[in-house]
Design a protein around this ligand. Structure first.
Ligand code: ADP
Length: 337
């Protein structure tokens, strides 16, 4: 039977609505430096009654880029429209959104690096002059009309900093990076969410979940919602250490915080390539997971934990971790071979 992978499992929208979502910078835990900067920029723009400068946010998925943008909109008392780069297939899609914005509104575009070039080019004059050129009519009668827009703020989010074109990048007044969370911060996020979900959980149980959450609040909360199911059915809504350990095991997360796919990936490198190096394409076909998912979901954590390294010749297991992983996958006698 195909095992579930909590890391790539789609979130259930109904469930998300019932979970805690930070509404203020105080509720938004961790990321202190970034939060302080954004709080000042937001406050200053509000005092001047101007839109905030366009902001480019770099960082992996699930770290709270959308949430931060929603908090900023709330503080500035303006509307926010949320969309994603690949969603906008034609220039008309973007023009329709831009022309619907009220003064000082925020437009949040996730995965902005995946916008088609023609659509991206519309953004240039929209960001710089709050105007867009639109073609009205067809064939010989087609006319270009220069349409004014209300002043707005674009917040672009991207996981791939290298894929933002220079002309687009240069039009952002503020560029910030959002990093993976420390375990203590994730622990606080778990405790905050648990209180909202009415689960009894100790600091130590929350820390166990934090260690398996890959530095990512979205994953921490996803795991907590599943642990809640176990606690509700088996333990009177109490998530003690034993219940959390059992729950994590059920979800396919081991004591290193690795999922079944992480382990499959490392195991293939050890068994088929004696520790590597091996190309991403080969790995992708061996474990049946696409390259982008490996790069976005699995690799960042494995690299940070030192279980994997990238070299010019491919991915490999660092020498230091090889004995440990050989024992883990091949058993005690593996080091004799
Ligand atoms: P992104 O836009 O970076 O993919 P989201 O803003 O959608 O991430 O956040 C993912 C989930 O994590 C949401 O449920 C959000 O409420 C939660 N979250 C993110 N950052 C924090 C934080 N700093 N404190 C508390 N919850 C957070």
């Amino acid at each position: 039977m195909e095992s579930i992978d909590i890391l790539t499992l789609q979130e259930v929208p109904e469930e998300l609505k019932m979970d805690f979502c930070p509404q203020t910078f105080d509720d938004y835990l961790g990321q202190k430096e970034l939060k302080n900067k954004l709080a000042i920029y937001t406050q200053a723009a509000k005092m001047r009654n101007e839109p905030l400068d366009h902001l480019l946010l770099f960082g992996p998925p699930g770290l709270g880029k959308t949430t931060l943008s929603q908090i900023m909109a709330q503080i500035m008392n303006v509307g926010i429209k949320i969309c994603s780069g690949p969603m906008m297939e034609r220039t008309g899609d973007l023009v329709a959104i831009l022309s619907g914005l009220e003064p000082r509104d925020i437009l949040f575009i996730d995965e902005i690096h995946r916008m088609p070039t023609a659509v991206e080019e519309i953004l240039y004059s929209a960001m710089e002059h709050f105007r867009v050129d639109v073609i009205i009519g067809q064939g010989a009668g087609a006319q270009s009309v220069n349409l004014p827009l209300n002043p707005f703020t674009l917040i672009g989010a991207t996981t791939k900093s290298g894929m933002i074109s220079a002309p687009l990048r240069s039009r952002f007044g503020i560029t910030e990076r959002i990093d993976f969370y420390k375990e203590e911060d994730l622990q606080k996020i778990i405790l905050q969410s648990a209180q909202f979900l009415k689960i009894t959980i100790s600091d130590s149980s929350a820390l166990i979940i934090a260690k398996c959450s890959r530095g990512t609040p979205r994953i921490a909360k996803k795991i907590l919602r599943r642990i809640r199911d176990f606690a509700q059915v088996n333990n009177n809504n109490i998530a003690d250490e034993q219940l959390v350990q059992d729950g994590l095991q059920f979800l396919g997360l081991d004591n290193d915080g690795l999922s079944k796919t992480d382990n499959a990936l490392l195991k293939k490198i050890i068994i088929n390539f004696n520790g590597g190096p091996v190309g991403l394409e080969t790995l992708s076909s061996l474990i049946g997971e696409d390259k982008d998912t490996i790069e976005a979901v699995y690799e960042p954590f494995l690299l940070r934990k030192g279980f994997l390294e990238k070299t010019a010749r491919g991915r490999q297991i660092p020498h230091k971790k090889l004995p440990y992983l050989k024992r883990k996958f091949l058993g005690q006698n593996s080091l004799l071979t």
